[in-house]
Design a protein around this ligand. Structure first.
Ligand SMILES: Cc1cc2nc3c(=O)[nH]c(=O)nc-3n(C[C@H](O)[C@H](O)[C@H](O)COP(=O)(O)OP(=O)(O)OC[C@H]3O[C@@H](n4cnc5c(N)ncnc54)[C@H](O)[C@@H]3O)c2cc1C
Length: 411
């Protein structure tokens, strides 16, 4: 069996390592950071199994001008980066307004839908079943019109066999007594689950991959040397490494590596933030999403996490802690009795393509290179199914559905 090098030890790369190792490949994962220290460190933990609709729809795009004028809104642009961002934003808006909505749903559905089942199995195998909490999720609204507008999307989930329930303010109080009475309407999504510590999940799966025989190395990939039949050597901070097969799971940095293989992929980073509130005094029973700020409060094993928002800047722009303060204020508004005196803040770089669909599949021009990146707001959810698909492709098997929506050269 051949050897596979994976660049990236985030949730995508580590899931690929487990899946490829189980299929019998020798596996080496290389990351400049220890496992789970990139975007996968601090997400909201939600396994959004029924979130198969692309985020950039006409409804969302129409709200953007209003959001840009409000510093507490879900979207913030660091204006000095706007000239560089304009072409990507134009592609994003075009995909949202005129893209094939049904095709995007068909592409996202098989990545998201099996997530809970796959993680239940993986965490059991890794000896950490307690990391998956099957408590559902709650989308809450102050405004009846927004609640009703969202109804069509929830109905489409029902048509695909997912379960949800509309709640009024009395039901909400019964469900979450500590939640602010400003929330008058909600959808309870019963098929959601969440990971109670996303960093510990990556660590546990990395340890599991190691126990199966995968090698995980902290090292910086600097360059790739090409031979006549594709990439031959990986140039890293620790020296040169010979290559057989290569998987690029480098999150928001993946496009730099794809460019070496002639694939120009319009990957941008949607920076998101969290505040992790230690000793909050009380916890909701499940993750709750505020529809105005589009952020989750999630009960974690080590406190309450409020995570979300999008900041467009650049990969290396400094962190903007005002965005985290928006989240801290939101958490306190959502659950007024929270104790928010002790907290930490974090920023992560979501890897996002203009059509909200990841790139999964072979490189366009060279053999033995495979891509697995661009999972935007749903990388935790979509990682195990992505990894299984990558394993099929590395093994040379063609899955019995079209993979064209994930192609690197679709733009
Ligand atoms: C605030 C926030 C909330 C979120 N909430 C959710 C949620 O509730 N549910 C959900 O499903 N998803 C959520 N997400 C999205 C999810 O976290 C991401 O989609 C996912 O973490 C991406 O994983 P990744 O492995 O592709 O990237 P990463 O975790 O960033 O891993 C990529 C790795 O590649 C390494 N790397 C890059 N280039 C090189 C190089 N040249 N050499 C060596 N190493 C390299 C990096 O160091 C990094 O560790 C959220 C994201 C954010 C920011």
């Amino acid at each position: 069996m051949s050897h596979v090098t994976i660049i990236g030890a985030g949730i995508i790369g580590i899931n690929c390592a487990v899946s490829l190792r189980k299929a019998g490949y020798d596996v080496t994962v290389i990351d400049r950071l220890p496992p789970g220290e990139g975007c996968s460190f601090g997400n909201a933990g939600v396994l959004a199994t029924s979130a198969f609709e692309p985020l950039a729809g006409p409804d969302t795009l129409l709200k953007v001008p209003g959001w840009l004028l409000n510093p507490d809104s879900p979207l913030f642009i660091q204006w000095r980066h706007l000239p560089r961002l304009i072409p990507w934003l134009a592609q994003y808006a075009r995909a949202g307004m005129f893209g094939d909505f049904n095709a995007a749903c068909e592409a996202l559905f098989p990545l998201m839908a099996p997530s809970l089942e796959l993680y239940s199995q993986l965490t059991a195998e890794a000896g950490v079943p307690e990391l998956v909490s099957r408590c559902g999720g709650l989308y809450v609204y102050k405004n009846k019109q927004q609640f009703e507008l969202a109804g069509a999307g929830f109905q489409r989930r029902r048509e695909r066999g997912f379960d949800f329930m509309a709640l009024d303010h009395t039901d909400i109080r019964d469900q979450e007594p500590a939640l602010s009475s400003d929330y008058k309407w909600a959808y309870l999504v019963r098929d959601y689950a969440h990971i109670v510590n996303p960093k510990r999940l990556v660590d546990a799966l990395a340890t599991y991959a190691g126990s199966l025989g995968a090698e995980i190395d902290v090292d910086d990939v600097l360059d790739v040397e090409m031979g006549s039949e594709g990439p031959k050597t990986l140039v890293t901070g620790k020296g040169n490494r010979p290559l057989d097969k290569l998987v690029i799971a480098a999150g928001a940095y993946s496009h730099h590596l794809c460019a070496k293989f002639g694939d120009k992929v319009p990957l941008e980073t949607e920076r998101g933030y969290h505040v992790m509130i230690n000793e909050p005094g009380l916890l909701p029973s499940m993750p709750i999403m505020d529809n105005d700020v589009k952020a989750w409060i999630t009960p974690m094993e080590h406190g309450l996490r409020c995570a979300g928002t999008v900041e467009l800047a650049s990969l290396d722009a400094p962190e903007n802690h005002r965005r985290a303060q928006v989240l801290l204020r939101l958490a306190k508004r959502m659950v007024p009795a929270l104790n928010v005196t002790d907290y930490s803040v974090w920023m992560g770089r979501r890897p996002t393509l203009p059509d909200s669909i990841p790139v999964i599949g072979p490189a366009t021009h060279v053999s033995n290179v495979f891509y697995a990146f661009g999972h935007q707001h749903l990388g935790l959810t979509g990682a195990p199914a992505t990894a299984n698909l990558i394993t099929e492709l590395v093994a040379g098997r063609r899955p019995n559905r079209s993979l064209s929506a994930y192609r690197a050269d679709r733009f």
